[in-house]
Structure formats: structure tokens, C-alpha cells
Design a binder for this molecule. Sequence first.
Ligand SMILES: [Zn+2]
Length: 303
Amino acid sequence: MKFIDPHIHVTSRTTDDYEAMAKAGVAAIIEPAFWLGQPRTHVGSFQDYFSSLVGFEKFRAAQFGIRHYCTIGLNSKEANNEALAEEVMEIMPLFLAKENVVAVGEIGFDDMTALEEKYLRIQLEMAKEVDLPVLIHTPHRNKKQGTYRSMDIIEEHEIPPHLVVIDHNNEETCEEVLRRGYWAAFTIYPKTKMGNERMVEVVKKYGPERIIVDSSADWGVSDPLAVPKTGNLMLERGVPEEHVELTCYKNALAAYGQSGQFEESDWLTPEPIDQRTLFEGNSVLRGGQDPRVDKPEDDRIIQ
Ligand SMILES: [Zn+2]
């Protein structure tokens, strides 16, 4: 079975992760622009980060047979630095126009401050202007309140719910998010709140429609294999294969496919891997390692 992980911060992950993901059937991934741990102090840091999301990281993923896409946005935490946020708003349209950018995001609330709301609203308007879907990050504290408030604001801006993925849901928010017509994404964090056991129960209870599974794996304790592991657990627990396919592949494809930048044909007939390739003079190999070079005639069509 093949999978899409529509929310993973692979910039923070290793080449071992890429190899394991490809082996587990992850064919395509989306890397949302987010907070890096260390708060940024200059707009140039955002510029280089966005460039890396549409450039080097896409190259690096391809070296391991994974198709990489991204979303561009100012995260909620750094929206609280107003002077910097203003500058980020100025450079965003340039990046939103790049190939492989499938949404504006991840945007939303962290502490539910006035500045977070201001830049959420500005970015929702930007999404409308460039006609891209939106990825909403919901807060980890005051989850329910933050999720409902985000949806109220989206509705004020008259963005149709089918263009919006609300992420980091739990059992408390799922029902209302689905009822209002949004895509409801679930982040599977190992050992915590939304583990894969609980995800299986959510899919059994609500069915597969508009539910999306992701890992949100980043520089913290997280699991880049969360999507294939959850998919396999669902199968083990008797969830129909068709439902696993929807929640771990097809729904993400449908939601982000609305960007016109996310097409299955991109990864079903991939370019052969050639690790001799360089990006700005950089290779993924170190000190005399043997490059993996697949021949074009190899049967690389993903089943
Ligand atoms: Zn994230």
C-alpha cells in the first residue's frame, strides 16, 4: 500500500528517516512552513527557509525516491513579532507562486493573541487571492476553543470549508470540524494525546470521509513513520482497506490536489533516483559513498 504524509517537517529529519519512509510506502509528502524552535529575528531567515522548502529539501527527498511538496505561511508563534511579521507578509506572495506549493500554511493560533488573529486573517485573504487551499494549525492548549475560533474566522472571510484542512484534531474537535464541512487532519504523536490506537477508533467511529492522518514529525519527539504505522494498524484492527486508503492517501490527495500542484502522476512514474545529482554543488553523499543510481528501464512504477 502507498501512503502520503501530508504534514511532516523533513528539514529536521535524517536520511535514515527518508529511507525508512520510502521503504514503508510513503510516496509523497507535504512539508508545511513552521516554527524552527529558535525564533527567527530577520526576514532573511524566513526567505532562506522558504527557499529551502521549495528547493533543497525537494531535491533531498527526491534522492530517496520521495516526492516533496510544501506549504508557505507565517506560523502562529512568530506572528507575535509584529515588525518581523509585516516583512514576512511582503515576501510571501513570491513564494506562494512557486511550483510545488500546495497551500497557505500552517497558520492559525498558538496562544490566541490579537497578533496571531491579525496575521491569520491577512493570510486567509492571501490564500483567497492566489486561490490556494489553507492548512490550519490548531493550538495544543485550549484546543477546542482555538479550533472553533479558527473556523469562525475562516467563515467570516468566506473561504469554503472544502478548501481548508484543520489539523491536530482530537476526539473533542473532530465532530464539529467534520460537521462544518472541513477536512479534519489528525497528527499521530507517539506516546501522547493522539496515538495510533486512538486514531483507529476515530476512523471506526466517524468513517473515512474527509479524515486525514499525518505525522507532523519534526525536531521533537515524533515519528516519521506514523502514517504507514497507523494505516497498517487500521488494517490489523479490521478497518476496510478502502477506508485506510482514503484516510492515509486519497483524502490528502483530494484536499491538496485543489491547488493544481499536487498530482498523483508526479510520483506514480517517478524519475529514476540518481544520487550523483547535485543541488547548488551539494550531494547527499559523503566521503566516497556509492551513489544509488537507478536505471530508467527499471520498473519503478509504484504499486
Ligand atoms: Zn507542523
